[in-house]
Design a protein around this ligand. Structure first.
Ligand SMILES: C=C(O[C@H]1C=CC=C(C(=O)O)[C@@H]1O)C(=O)O
Length: 385
């Protein structure tokens, strides 16, 4: 059998009951998986690590952000899958035995959007966290998320969605996990942990500003971000926490200060952190140590997690949770499930959060979360063409 084309793989993805797509930000690693050989629901890091070790090839999935549970979902409360067949696009290699020939696709028009519901009271709820932080200086940072429900006239065409992800969000990770009538889609810029033969990489990504309308404005905004005390502080909490959680397992290398990472809608403060692991640490052991970083949770972590549960209206599920690929030898890559949405039947739930500090302007944070929802919103709008 010759290796299938990208179009065949995307069409197959849309047709399949169960499928997964994973691509790294640089697109040097890409996988398509179809079908289910084994599944694991709601497991913890150690269970998944032990299970992944028994498999012949990589498993894919994610952990729920916290212990709260999302109703009516087999995916959002933590789910991993060993696909029946797995296409490693980089190595042009097929794991498992292909039984489903790549038939001719039936062109299906994508659905239209019928309504959109936002949490309009989010700024007021976030203000209560700001007031608390102004009174208690030990409450330093909390990342608060909101959700948008978008009703659609029908099921999304996932072949179109995969093609649009590639063109619209070229420098993000891409993760699409489909199980029955549900799917989780993320175009995240954020790596949590990559482990490859004793070397590891992670990153601090926190602190955000919009893109400019031309090159000059874009550069001006980047300079503003690099000098903005609130964003620098928000970013520093993330880097300091990552360093302190890893220093006894690795020798770390990181630049003196943050750089700029640009995505189509936003620019972020970004600090790449790399190192050599001292012992036999797997990607899941590192992800467990790191999750949640203050880019998704906050500082101090216990107060931040409790505040998230109090102020956010719905459980996060895979939003902001560790998602990715784990190989049998323990290497692999976990990313964080932001810039994401959960599809269930005819509803898309979009997620976005923002790092809140005592000096946050809640309206500006609301607008930032709107910008962060744009990648998923654009995928939905593209369907109706
Ligand atoms: C929580 C999100 O973004 C995090 C990652 C990068 C920048 C962030 C910020 O500037 O607030 C957030 O910490 C999200 O996109 O939903």
């Amino acid at each position: 059998m010759s290796f299938p084309t990208e179009k065949q793989l995307r069409d197959r993805f849309d047709r399949s009951e169960h499928a997964v797509y994973f691509a790294t930000a640089d697109k040097r690693t890409r996988y398509y998986g179809f079908g289910v050989r084994e599944e694991k629901f709601g497991a913890d890091f150690q269970d998944v690590a032990a299970w992944a070790r028994e498999q012949r090839y990589p498993v894919f999935g994610g952990f729920s952000f916290d212990e709260q549970s999302v109703a009516d979902s087999a995916l959002m409360n933590g789910y991993f899958v060993l696909p029946e067949v797995l296409y490693d696009i980089t190595d042009q290699y097929l794991w498992g035995r292909e039984t489903d020939p790549f038939g001719a696709p039936t062109p299906i028009a994508g659905p239209a959007i019928t309504s959109q519901t936002d949490e309009q009271d989010w700024p007021d709820r976030v203000q209560t966290a700001v007031d608390d932080m102004q009174k208690n200086s030990n409450h330093q940072k909390v990342v608060l998320g909101r959700q948008r429900q978008v009703r659609l006239t029908g099921k999304l065409n996932l072949a179109t969605l995969l093609a649009d992800l590639a063109t619209q969000q070229p420098n993000s990770y891409h993760f699409v996990l489909k199980r029955g009538d549900e799917a989780f889609v993320s175009a995240t810029p954020e790596r949590l942990a990559k482990v490859n033969r004793g070397q590891f990489e992670t990153a601090g990504v926190a602190g955000t500003i919009r893109r400019g309308t031309d090159e000059a404005e874009d550069a001006r905004l980047a300079t503003e971000l690099l000098q903005d005390p609130k964003n620098l502080q928000e970013h520093a909490y993330v880097v300091e926490t990552i360093v302190s959680r890893l220093q006894d397992v690795a020798t770390l290398t990181l630049p003196d200060g943050p750089q700029i990472m640009k995505n189509p809608q936003v620019q972020h403060l970004y600090t790449p952190i790399a190192g050599q692991l001292n012992g036999d640490n797997t990607v899941l052991a590192l992800a467990e140590r790191l999750h949640p970083t203050p880019a998704l949770g906050g500082k101090p972590v216990d107060w931040a997690m409790a505040t998230i549960q109090t102020i956010e209206q719905h459980p996060r599920g895979l939003f902001a949770g560790p998602i990715g690929v784990v190989k049998p030898d323990g290497d692999g890559e976990m990313i964080v499930g932001i810039r994401s949405m959960w599809l269930k039947q005819r509803t898309a739930t979009l997620f976005a959060g923002a790092g809140i500090l005592a000096d946050s302007d809640v309206q500006a944070e609301f607008e930032e979360t709107g910008l962060k929802m744009t990648p998923m919103m654009n995928l939905l709008k593209e369907q109706d063409k």
